[in-house]
Design a protein around this ligand. Sequence first.
Ligand SMILES: CC(C)(COP(=O)(O)OP(=O)(O)OC[C@H]1O[C@@H](n2cnc3c(N)ncnc32)[C@H](O)[C@@H]1OP(=O)(O)O)[C@@H](O)C(=O)NCCC(=O)NCCS
Length: 176
Amino acid sequence: MKGSRLKEKRESSTSDRVPPAFSVRPMTAADLEAVTAIESENPSPWTAGQLASERDQDGGWQFVAESGASGRVCGFVCGRSCAGEAELLKIAVGRQYRRQGIAVQLVAHALCCMAAQGVGRCFLELRAANTPALALYERFGFRRVGRRKNYYTSPLEDAILMEKTVVSAYLGAVTK
Ligand SMILES: CC(C)(COP(=O)(O)OP(=O)(O)OC[C@H]1O[C@@H](n2cnc3c(N)ncnc32)[C@H](O)[C@@H]1OP(=O)(O)O)[C@@H](O)C(=O)NCCC(=O)NCCS
């Protein structure tokens, strides 16, 4: 009996020290190499220069998700806010890290940041056949508001435009 209580105590103190699977924080210049590598896995990737220049944009925001176990950057999101509106420009998660809820955390952080900036509406566009991203955005309440025929090249594809109202309830929804 005494021994099993001790075991329980040891187990709970060990689990208290287990690092989170991943966390979200602002992107730094040191993250650019890892972010560029993740971005390069996707169609129409931005170059390292394009990603770097986003960090200098007025109203720009960029976050990375970092693995708690390895400290590696496993995903990122970036966008810009101006005059009460925002555009979510890019989100990507490294292939080996997908389907673990990382994109959900990144979008939640982005929405929290927008709410803090007083943004009322967020826009984005994506490839029409990108069903994972469509499902992700619809899960957050983004709705389809337009379509641009043959907007993307390599491969040629329509763009879907989406929009969402940003509410102040997002403030404080995430801890970092
Ligand atoms: C879209 C993307 C960012 C999702 O990242 P992720 O970390 O795997 O997503 P999550 O694990 O947080 O999943 C969140 C929700 O998105 C949807 N989703 C994600 N991947 C999906 C897939 N392969 N098929 C269907 N729905 C998917 C689901 O609704 C999922 O919720 P669920 O797991 O409860 O079903 C990732 O697939 C990616 O980096 N794709 C390439 C880049 C890209 O297309 N970016 C968007 C356009 S800029």
